[in-house]
Design a binder for this molecule. Sequence first.
Ligand code: C2E
Ligand code: CA
Ligand code: CA
Length: 567
Amino acid sequence: MKNQAGINKFHLSKLFGTEMLHLFDKMPVSVFIKALDGEHLFVNQMFCDVVGRSREEVLGKRDLDLFPKEEALAHLRQDQMVVEGWAQASCYDFQRHVVDLEGEKIDFSVYKSTIEDPLSKEIVGIIGMGIDKTQENSLYKKLEFRVNYDELTGLPNHKRMTAALELAKADAEPYGVFVIDWASMGGINETFGFAFGDRLLQSLADRLKQLAEEKTGRIFRLKMDGFALLLPLKDKKSEAVARELALEFEEYNFEGLVLSQGVQVGFSEEGIQAESGSQWVNNARLALNSIRGKKEAKWMSYSPALKKKRIRRFQLENRLRSAVDEQRIYVVYQPIMELKSGEIGMVEALARWRDPELGEISPSEFIPISESNGAIMQIGEFVMEEAFSMIKEINSGRAVPIRMALNLSIKQMEQPEFADRVMEVAARHQLDPKWIELEVTENLKFDRHGVANENLNRLDAEGFSIVIDDFGNGYAAMERLMNRYVKQVKVSQFFTERMMKDINVQKLVSHMVELSKQMGLKVVAEGVETVEQLNFYQKHQVDFIQGFYYYRPALRNSIRNWLVSTE
Ligand code: C2E
Ligand code: CA
Ligand code: CA
């Protein structure tokens, strides 16, 4: 050997540092450091485990003391080859069988390299690592399976799919990607447990795999959204395929149950629209996500417009969080005309959002978003404070008080403390509850025992008026009219807009107004823009007119001035 001096154990920590040696100890491979004369200066725990000896038994010993003669000589030959630079990369890899404690053979691979003194550049020792090939192989296979396949269903996962989609994109034949998910997996897990949910997914996987094969396509399992099918379209329309897939699962027999939730399908036909395979499937996912939770919608095609909408919603969601804190939400008021007196009978508070980058955003757009992300609580609270202080200011100097209409979201009314909160704010502003009208929109289910209903009952008892907004738009309207606390309805703008062009709509509006009046309710007509619309409502003797014909929503100051000048 070249350098008889080599390293000894005192040099060791200088060369590697104690931290590095400590790290070696934790590695799941055997690590050893030998001096040039073959003495073991360092071995890690794994090395000791593999040779079945304690560290004390190993340190200071040479290979001939530790291993059967033939094996030891082989090790020494390899040491010499590395030191003499036979192996160019000064790294040596060889495989041999080492007998472990249980007498089984382990397939080993050892990598060796020389240790050089950083100053003199002389070779001073050998460092090596032994890797248990048998373990490594099975670990590798497991890892590979995890990386490429779904454990539950055994189907290839999104990683495999991305590659397959790239190929399909390059193919001349047109393909469609169909993302399919059970319509209410959460509900299934809740009702029947996760084990059932897993079995259902496995069963869906089998059925879909069969379908994919029939259509000479492929199936993949997605991480979050069920499954994706890559199907050649041939001369079929992708919509027809999506329909077929949805209908296939309309009633699903599983473990003695007939499940009727069904699946939803989002699809994207043109791979060409997407830059990459992963974008293609994302487009199909986007289509699916746009119909999630909507019971009637069973399939949806991707379109660039859908993506634009999604991006906008995402932007708004993000910016809305700070909009409230940074006072970008404000309130405007729209006066509502009382026909009998020809005077402003009430004003409606309407939320506004002005974003420095996106400009004015309509409440029809941001209120639903705020309802889904919870921001409605803060917004509703803010509008209420504003509106209550506004009406107090106005009515303070008036003989005949004006009423303030406030829009409520169902999310607010579902808070158990909501009624208390309204009373508290009204009391703080010293309001007469008679001045306040609480507008309740549709999709508030008529539920006698629900929290929302209880809140409304309490507010009614306290003297606040409950108004049905957008009357006629919701399916439960009639039922709701019979609820004793409803005092007033607002005929939806939707009808005002259409009634002059459609005689049937006109008849319907007549009936709605008639019916409401017979039930002793006051009627507000919304969205009145033209004199024809006004005449129609006058003829039917509605009580109030709201609309651009008389007034547009305006800031607090202008409203105050109008009211002062009209009194
Ligand atoms: P809404 O309660 O039906 O309010 C009436 C809407 O009709 C307002 O739209 C108003 O500006 C508009 N409008 C009034 N007269 C006319 C007209 O003659 N022609 C036309 N084309 N439109 C007219 P806006 O302010 O955009 O509000 C939209 C919806 O957003 C409201 O409909 C309400 O449902 C909701 N909203 C607004 N502010 C709030 C709020 O503070 N809380 C809650 N929960 N919802 C709110
Ligand atoms: Ca309203
Ligand atoms: Ca309305």
